[in-house]
Each structure stands twice: as C-alpha cells, then as structure tokens.
Design a protein around this ligand. Structure first.
Ligand code: ADP
Ligand code: DP6
Length: 320
C-alpha cells in the first residue's frame, strides 16, 4: 500500500467552460481561463493506493460517495492510472473547507489532488501537462487546478484530447488579486454542471458565444498581462453573464442564480473597481485588489452571505 496526503485547490473560471465536444473525454467547446484559489478553498485528501483488484472508494467530509459518483468522476482517472500502472485501487478520505456540491468546484479540487497524489505515490513520472489531461478526463474544470496562478485550458482540436491541456499563464505574484467567495446557499445545486451542460446545444445564443470566445480569451490574457483593471473586470463580468445567459437560453433552463446573486451583481456594478463571477450556483466570487477586501466582506456579511477571503494560489501540494 502506498499512502500520500495532498492539498489541492479549487479554481474559479474567468472565461468559463460550458459545453463539450466529447462527453467521455471532457473535451470542451471552447478554451477557458481561471484563477487557482488559495488554501482557504482547498481539499485535503489522504490517499491510499492498494496493489491488486478492488473498488475505488472515496469519503468526502464524512460521506462515502456512491459507486456511480466515484465511477463518473475519479473512477475515470483511476481507470487511466490502471492502464499506466497495472492493478491498483484507491481509498481516499477528503475534507474540504468549503461546501461540496454547491457550485464551488469541489470536484475540480478533489480530482486534481488524486492525480497529483497518484503521480507522486505511484511514481508515474507524468509532466504537469499530462497530469492536466488526466484530471480533465475525471472532470473538465479539474485540469486547471493542477497549476497555480492564472491558468489557461486550451480547447484543442484533436479527437483524442492530446492538445486539450492546461498551462500556467501567470504565477500568483504577477497580480496578487483577492477573491472573496460569498456562501449564499450551502445546499446542493439543482442539477450538476455535467448534466446541465448536456443541454447547451438547445441554445441559439451558444453559436454567438462560440464565435468570439477564443478572441475574448486572448483579450482577457492581455488585460491580465498589463494589469488593466477596468477592462479585466469588464470581460470577467461579461463572461459570467454570458455563460448564465446561455444556461437560461437552453431548454429546459437552469436557474443557478437567485435573488441574492442579482443583488450582489448590482452592488458590484455600482461600486466599480471589482468584478463578480458565478459558476453553476448562486454563490458569488468577487475579484478585487487588497484595498477593497474589507468593503466586500462587510457587504457580504450584512446581506447574510458568509465570506471566504482567498486569492491567487500556488496549486496542489504534497503534504506527507
Ligand atoms: P461541485 O460543484 O462541488 O464540484 P459537482 O456536483 O459538480 O459539485 O461534483 C460533485 C462530484 O465530484 C461528486 O459526485 C464526486 O464524484 C466528485 N468529487 C467531489 N469531491 C471529491 C473529492 N474530494 N475527491 C474525488 N471526487 C470528488
Ligand atoms: C460552471 O468541470 O464540473 O464551473 O467536465 O462534466 O465534470 P464536467 O463539468 P465541470 O463544469 C464546470 C463548469 C463551470 C465553469 C468552469 O469551471 O469553467
């Protein structure tokens, strides 16, 4: 048995992944860019890899995942690892310091942690690029959590996914942005990103989104490079709205944002000098520089959204 302890972060997409060109391999319709979050939004996993045949088992915050939940996410990663290594199975115990299944990308953090941990414990000698590809097969957004800083996931064109991988664009020190996550709702989402995404082709707006999205990725990267705050915040908010517009335009639509989400959007727009973005849930991620953190925290606390202050993190870490 080989055991290892890993800390792996969640990430928040600035230009979002929504829609796939291949469901089994999680190949996306578009490239995406994200911020890897800090330790405040991480999963700590104790991983035990046993030689031989057995079922992969995962306990997250004291709840054992159903066989199908494991199979659809981490199980896909373990099947690839078995192809590389031979018979081996996983027993994992994970703890998150944020709610799971609420659209806060616990799957991304957990899966990236399993890949990074397996690479170390089983001496797989995978490059970070290969680890991002392996994580992507478990859950698309997980591939971005393999790297720290600001990360790009290239859409790629090939049918087998070798060119759909991630890279770090900027290290955390390039622009030490803060991200304040507001926990508006801790309950599970009405429908998982994976299932909701399957409906994307029913949206007419999707075609419009895809026409400009690769150019928008390049524009966003330029604003980060030059730390052009105003244009960076504008593109980030537009792209959160854009994904949610497509989700609303799909059939049946999914109502991820709620009344409090809209109140928060309004407040951010009125204040300026910051941006909001939302994944598949009502919880806001407010991005700003250090001098605005207190203001954001006070506002979120006053409206009953529990704030978690984090920032640009340095990626997964092997702990023991
Ligand atoms: P979230 O938005 O929190 O990522 P999802 O519903 O999209 O929620 O994903 C939840 C799935 O992610 C679970 O069904 C489970 O299979 C997987 N998952 C979550 N946490 C972990 C973890 N720590 N290790 C492995 N898989 C995990
Ligand atoms: C809204 O990565 O959870 O967070 O690949 O099916 O596992 P699967 O989907 P998942 O979708 C994430 C969607 C998102 C946007 C993003 O993170 O880019």
């Amino acid at each position: 048995m080989k055991s290892i302890k890993v800390s792996s972060p969640s990430n928040i997409a600035l230009i979002k992944y929504w829609g796939k060109r291949d469901e089994k391999l999680n190949l996306p319709l578009n490239s995406s860019v994200s911020i890897t979050l800090g330790e405040e939004m991480s999963v700590i996993s104790e991983l035990k890899f046993y030689e031989g045949k057995g079922n992969d088992r995962i306990v997250v915050n004291g709840r054992e995942l159903e066989e199908t939940e494991v199979g659809d996410y981490a199980g896909r990663v373990m099947n690839k690892i078995r192809e590389l290594y031979g018979n081996v199975f996983l027993e994992a115990v994970s703890y998150t310091n944020f709610p799971v299944g609420a659209g806060l990308a616990s799957s991304a953090a957990g899966i990236a942690g399993i890949v990074v941990g397996a690479n170390e414990a089983l001496h797989l000698n995978l490059s970070k690029r290969e680890m991002s590809i392996l994580s992507r097969i478990g859950s698309g957004s997980a591939c971005r959590s393999v790297f720290g800083g600001i990360v790009i996931w290239y859409r790629g064109n090939s049918g087998e996914g070798s060119d759909s991988y991630c890279e770090q664009l900027f290290p955390p020190e390039h622009w030490p942005l803060k991200v304040i996550v507001g926990i508006v709702k801790e309950s599970r989402k009405p429908i998982s990103s994976r299932n909701a995404m399957l409906r994307v082709n029913t949206s007419q707006l999707l075609h419009c989104r895809l026409k400009t999205i690769e150019d928008d990725v390049m524009k966003l990267v330029e604003t980060i490079k030059s730390r052009d705050k105003a244009n960076f915040y504008r593109i980030v908010m537009k792209h959160s709205n854009n994904m949610h517009a497509v989700i609303l335009d799909s059939w049946p639509p999914v109502l991820y944002l709620n009344e409090i989400s809209f109140e928060i959007m309004q407040w951010v727009l009125e204040n300026g000098d910051m941006a909001y973005t939302f994944d598949a849930g009502p919880n806001p991620y407010i991005i700003c520089e250090s001098d605005s953190v207190n203001k954001v925290v006070n506002f979120l606390s006053n409206i009953g959204a529990k704030p978690i202050v984090t920032g640009v993190g340095s990626g997964p870490k092997i702990l023991e």
